[in-house]
Design a protein around this ligand. Structure first.
Ligand code: SAM
Length: 274
C-alpha cells in the first residue's frame, strides 16, 4: 500500500523528522504515478533492481509488488532507520551510502547481474550519478529515472534538439535515451518548484564509438570544449585541438555548431588528436 501524503508526513513526524532539502527529499505520494513509473520501467518478476534514494520506500514497495528483487542505497541514516522498520520492505537489501561513491561491485556483484536501475533521483546529483553508472557499472543494463524536467529533456535529447548539449552527447557514447513522460510537482511532498520527467536509458551492447579510434576521456574533452562555446562554429571552438585538415579527414564540416553533431562525429574528431 502506498503511503499517502498524510501518512508520509506522519511517519517522518513520528521520528522527529522533516524532509531535508540538502538531500533533495521530495517524496512521491501518488499511487498512480508510482505504478506508472514501475510499469514504464518494464521491470518485472525476478529482475534485480537497484534503487538510489528510496526515501520512505514508496517506489521500493511498488518495485517489490511486481516481483523485483531490490537493493537500495540511501544516504540519510534517519531514513535508513525508518526503512528497516517497515515490514513490507523486509526483503530489501539496504545500503547506507552516498550513491556517488558506493562500491558498485558490492552493491551489484557483476556475476549475479544484470541489473536495472529504477529511481526518483535526488536532483542535486542526478546527472553525475547517471554518468557514473554508465561509466563504472556495465552490469547495470538499463536506467529508468525521474529527474527534474529540464535535466530529463537534456538526457533525452539527440542532435538537432533544442535541449541537446554536452551531457546528451556524452551519454550517447554509452546508451540510447528518451524522455517518456512528465510528472507534475503536485505528486510530491513537499512539492518541488519544477515539474519532473521520466527518462529511459538503455545501455548499448558496445560503445557508440570504437574505443580503438579514440579513448572516451578524449571524446568527452572534445564534446565539452565544443559545447563550452556552443554558438561558435567548430573550427573556432576546437581550434586549439584540430585544424581544417583534421575536420576533412574526420568527415565533419567545420562550419557546423556542436548541436548538429552526433557522438560518432565527435569520436571521429577525437580520433584525429594524437
Ligand atoms: N524514492 C523516494 C520517493 O520517490 O519518494 C525518495 C526520492 S527523493 C527525490 C531522493 C532520495 O535520495 C532521498 O531519500 C534522499 O535522502 C536520497 N539521497 C540524496 N542524495 C543521495 C545520495 N548521494 N546517495 C543516496 N541517496 C541520496
Amino acid at each position: 500500500m502506498t503511503l499517502s501524503r498524510a501518512a508520509s508526513v506522519a511517519l517522518l513526524a513520528d521520528h522527529g523528522l522533516t524532509p531535508k532539502r540538502k538531500f533533495g527529499q521530495n517524496f512521491l505520494v501518488d499511487a498512480n504515478t508510482l505504478r506508472k513509473i514501475v510499469r514504464l520501467s518494464g521491470v518485472g518478476p525476478g529482475d534485480r533492481v537497484i534503487e538510489f534514494g528510496p526515501g520512505l520506500g514508496a517506489l521500493t514497495e511498488q518495485l517489490l509488488e511486481v516481483g523485483a528483487e531490490v537493493r537500495a542505497v540511501e544516504i540519510d541514516r534517519d531514513l535508513i532507520g525508518i526503512l528497516k522498520e517497515r515490514p513490507e520492505l523486509e526483503s530489501v537489501k539496504f545500503f547506507e551510502a552516498d550513491a556517488m561513491d558506493v562500491d558498485f561491485n558490492l552493491l551489484a556483484p557483476p556475476l549475479e547481474g544484470p541489473y536495472d536501475l529504477v529511481a526518483n533521483l535526488p536532483y542535486n546529483v542526478a546527472t553525475p550519478l547517471v554518468m557514473r553508472v554508465l561509466r563504472e557499472a556495465p552490469q547495470i543494463r538499463s536506467i529508468f529515472v525521474m529527474v527534474q524536467l529540464e535535466v530529463a529533456e537534456r538526457l533525452g535529447a539527440g542532435p538537432g534538439d533544442d535541449a541537446y548539449g554536452s551531457v546528451s552527447a556524452r551519454l550517447r557514447y554509452w546508451a540510447k535515451a528518451e524522455l517518456v513522460g512528465k510528472v507534475p510537482a503536485t505528486v510530491f511532498v513537499p512539492a518541488p518548484k519544477v515539474a519532473s520527467g521520466l527518462v529511459r536509458i538503455v545501455r548499448l551492447d558496445t560503445p557508440a564509438v570504437d574505443p580503438d579510434l579514440a579513448p572516451v576521456a578524449l571524446i568527452e574533452r572534445v564534446v565539452t570544449m565544443a559545447f563550452g562555446q556552443r554558438r561558435k562554429m567548430l573550427r573556432r571552438s576546437l581550434q586549439s585541438l584540430l585544424n581544417e585538415e583534421d575536420f576533412i579527414a574526420a568527415g565533419v564540416d567545420s562550419s557546423q555548431r556542436p548541436e548538429q553533431l552526433d557522438i560518432q562525429a565527435f569520436g571521429a574528431l577525437a580520433g584525429r588528436i594524437s
